[in-house]
Write a protein that binds this ligand. Structure first.
Ligand code: F3S
Length: 401
C-alpha cells in the first residue's frame, strides 16, 4: 500500500506507540482487502461496549499514549449519574463503567453515549468519508446520508479516530455501493415497527446490498433507524437502497448501476408473522416491565408515549432509553418529571445489553425492538415483541395482548 509522509510517520512511531499500533493494524486490514492507499476521515463513531475486551483495548491505547485526531462519538454503556440516583447497581458495575469513561475521555472521545449519532450528534454529509461502527449507524450513514463508511468494528473505528485515516476499500469505492438484491415489499408498512420486522427478514433477503421497492413515499427517521438496526441483528448489512428515496437510488437503474439484480426476494405479511414467532415470547400474558429505545428513542417517540399514556399511572414500570441530548430536552420540556411520576423512566446514555440491568433477571418485558429482546436474553431477561402502542398499553394494564 502506498502511504503518504504523514501516514508513514504514524507507522514509524513518530506520533507515539499508540498511533503506531493503530496504523499498523489499519495497514494490515487495508492489505487484506487489497486497498491501495489510506484516505482521511472527517468523522468517527466507536461502538464502545463497556465490556472486558473493549475496556482492555481502550486502556491499552491510553497506556501507549494514543489520542484521537478525529474525536469519535461513542455508543452507550450505562449512565452512572442516573443509576446512582436510582440506587441501582453494585460496586463492580460502577468500577467498570467509570474505568471505561476515564479511558475514552483520555483518548479524546466525545462522550455522547448514544447509538444514533446519525440523527443528532454526528451527522455526516453526502460523500463524506467516515469510520462508523454500530449496527444501525453504518447503514444509516451510507444509505440515508450517502456518506461512505465500511462496517467498522469498535476497535477499527477507534484506530481510525486515532490515526485520522482509513484504508480505501469496500464501500468507500463507487463500484461496491451498487445494489445486488431486489427486495419487493408487499407487506403492510403502516408504522415504524414494521421496519423492525422488515429488517428482521435478513435470513430471507440474504447476503448483499438490498434494494427495496414498494415502500411508502415518506419514511420516518425512526423507521430508517429501525430498518438498519434489525438488518444487522438478523444479518450483516453495511448499506441498502430504497428506490426513489435514498440519494444513490433515485431510480432502479441507478440503484443497481445498470446491472441486473443477482437475486429477487418478496417480503410479505406472512414473513413478518414467521419472524415474530421465531423471536418473541408468546403474547396474551402478564408482563413485568416495558423497555424501549434500542436503538435510542427520539424526542418525538417520547412525546408519542407521553400522549398515549395521557396522565394515567402505569401498572408496570417502563424504561425509555435515550441519548443525553434527548434526555436534556425531556428535562427542559417537563417530560422527565411527569413521566417519572407515572412510572416511566427516561434513561440517558444506556444500552439494554449492560450488566446494570441484572435486577430484571427472570422477568418478562415488552418491547417493540427485536434487538432489545435479543441481547438481554443472555442475561436471563425475556421479552414479548409487539408494536409500540400495544407495548404502551401493556405497561398501562400489566398484560400484553
Ligand atoms: Fe443501541 Fe445498545 Fe440497542 S447500542 S441499538 S441500545 S443494543
Amino acid at each position: 500500500m502506498k502511504l503518504t509522509k504523514d501516514q508513514q510517520d504514524l507507522l514509524d512511531g513518530k506520533y507515539g506507540e499508540g498511533a503506531k499500533l493503530a496504523m499498523k493494524v489499519q495497514v494490515a486490514i487495508g492489505e487484506s482487502f487489497g486497498a491501495e492507499r489510506m484516505v482521511p476521515i472527517t468523522r468517527a463513531h466507536v461502538a464502545l461496549s463497556n465490556q472486558d475486551a473493549d475496556l482492555w483495548l481502550a486502556e491499552k491505547m491510553v497506556n501507549l499514549g494514543a489520542h484521537c485526531r478525529v474525536s469519535p462519538t461513542v455508543n452507550p454503556g450505562w449512565g452512572i449519574p442516573y443509576f446512582k440516583k436510582m440506587n441501582i447497581g453494585d460496586k463492580e458495575d460502577y468500577e467498570m463503567m467509570q474505568r471505561t469513561h476515564e479511558a475514552y475521555k483520555k483518548l479524546g472521545a466525545t462522550l455522547s453515549y448514544n447509538c444514533t449519532p446519525y440523527i443528532d450528534t454526528n451527522v455526516p454529509n453526502f460523500g463524506e468519508i467516515i469510520a462508523f461502527s454500530e449496527s444501525s449507524a453504518t447503514p444509516y450513514a451510507n444509505s440515508v446520508w450517502g456518506a461512505r463508511s465500511n462496517r467498522e468494528g469498535a476497535n477499527s473505528a477507534l484506530f481510525a479516530a486515532i490515526t485520522g485515516y482509513v484504508p480505501e476499500y469496500g464501500l468507500l469505492l463507487d463500484e461496491n455501493r451498487k445494489g445486488t438484491i431486489l427486495v419487493e415489499v408487499k407487506a403492510d408498512m403502516d408504522n415504524d415497527y414494521d421496519y423492525h420486522m422488515l429488517g428482521m427478514c435478513g435470513k430471507k433477503i440474504g447476503h448483499g446490498i438490498p434494494v427495496f421497492v414498494g415502500l411508502p413515499e415518506h419514511i420516518s427517521k425512526e423507521a430508517l433507524r429501525n430498518l438498519g438496526a434489525q438488518l444487522n441483528t438478523s444479518g450483516a448489512y453495511d448499506m441498502y437502497h430504497i428506490v426513489g428515496f435514498t440519494p444513490e437510488a433515485q431510480t432502479l437503474e441507478m440503484a443497481f448501476g445498470g446491472k441486473e439484480p443477482e437475486r429477487k426476494v418478496t417480503i410479505t405479511n406472512e414473513d413478518f408473522e414467521e419472524v415474530l414467532k421465531d423471536i418473541s415470547l408468546e403474547g396474551e400474558r402478564e408482563i413485568d416491565f416495558a423497555m424501549f429505545g434500542c436503538p435510542h428513542f427520539t424526542l418525538d417517540e417520547v412525546r408519542h408515549i407521553s400522549e398515549r399514556i395521557n396522565g394515567r399511572k402505569l401498572e408496570k414500570e417502563m424504561w425509555i432509553l435515550v441519548s443525553s441530548h434527548v434526555k436534556h430536552l425531556c428535562d427542559i420540556m417537563g417530560y422527565s418529571e411527569i413521566m417519572e411520576k407515572l412510572g416511566a423512566h427516561i434513561v440517558p446514555s444506556t444500552c439494554p445489553d449492560q450488566p446494570i440491568w441484572k435486577f430484571l433477571k427472570g422477568k418478562v418485558g415488552v418491547t417493540e425492538s427485536p434487538k432489545c429482546a435479543y441481547y438481554p436474553k443472555r442475561r436471563g431477561i425475556d421479552f414479548v415483541i409487539r408494536d409500540l402502542d400495544t407495548c404502551i398499553d401493556a405497561a398501562l394494564t400489566g398484560r400484553v395482548k
